[in-house]
Design a protein around this ligand. Structure first.
Ligand SMILES: Nc1ncnc2c1ncn2[C@@H]1O[C@H](COP(=O)(O)OP(=O)(O)OP(=O)(O)O)[C@@H](O)[C@H]1O
Length: 239
């Protein structure tokens, strides 16, 4: 017996008026996999995330999560099913404390404040921000705010987490720490798709890399094969 993959995307199209931001994209993600999603600016990576996480209704194609067709769901439905995300430009609540921000994620699964607080505290320990629990989120550095978003996403108990450029602007040491964080998330059994321009951050940890260019999937392969793929080098890596 074969199991359905956790996520299966088939023939996904996303149009904005006449502009095709995603064209006939198909791929799947298995349990506990780390998938890198790369490509030049405007390639359609964020649009794909928005379709997966319920922010956009795909113009055509199917998204199956855990065997269920989910295209056109709302962001809350996506989160309830187990798809969580972070944003390229962080969307934290700046006037709330770090702990309260993560509790917002935890409240998806429990209406009990004490339980949400305990879950949020656990995620802050996991992400290494527990020493900042009580400060306002606005006071965090950008790199800390990105980790806060990851903690909030994890607090929703996802099975798949979509990470949008969590390594941008980090020092080499922080990039290594961010890679290790993704591996530790994987070790909890959570799959991830990572949109990233920082190749050193994703090449060593990804099972596969998917490359988009002008809305089209031009390659999908193991990281080493992607690094020497002529079409990928021409479209992106050779920049
Ligand atoms: N809401 C929207 N309305 C109209 N066009 C959009 C919208 N969102 C994205 N686009 C267009 O779709 C195309 C893909 O954009 P998208 O943001 O998905 O690319 P990206 O690969 O994430 O780029 P980047 O690396 O710069 O974040 C671009 O041409 C963009 O201008």
């Amino acid at each position: 017996m074969t199991h359905a993959p956790l996520l299966a995307v088939e023939g996904l199209h996303m149009m904005f008026g006449g502009l095709v931001a995603n064209r006939d994209i198909s791929f799947s993600v298995g349990e506990g996999q780390i998938i890198g999603l790369i490509g030049p600016n405007g390639a359609g990576k964020t649009t794909l995330f928005n379709c997966l996480a319920g922010y956009y209704r795909p113009s055509a194609g199917t998204i199956r999560f855990n065997g269920v067709a989910v295209g056109g769901q709302t962001p809350e439905e996506a989160a309830r099913r187990g798809i969580a995300r972070t944003f390229q430009i962080v969307r934290i609540f700046p006037e709330m404390t770090v702990l309260e921000n993560v509790m917002v994620g935890a409240m998806l699964r429990t209406k009990k404040v004490a339980a949400a607080r305990a879950a949020a505290e656990n995620e802050l320990v996991f992400i290494g921000l527990d020493h900042r629990s009580d400060v306002k989120a606005a006071q965090l550095t950008v790199s800390e705010q990105k980790r806060l978003e990851v903690a909030r996403a994890l607090a929703t108990h996802p099975r798949l987490i979509l990470l949008d450029e969590v390594m941008a602007g980090l020092t080499p040491t922080e990039v290594r720490e961010a890679s290790q964080m993704v591996v530790r998330i994987r070790d909890r059994g959570i799959s991830s798709i990572i949109v990233e321009h920082v190749m050193e951050g994703i090449m060593p940890i990804s099972n596969r890399i998917i490359v988009l260019d002008a809305g089209v999937k031009i390659a999908e392969d193991a990281p080493a094969a992607i690094a020497r793929n002529p079409a990928v080098i021409a479209a992106y890596l050779g920049e």
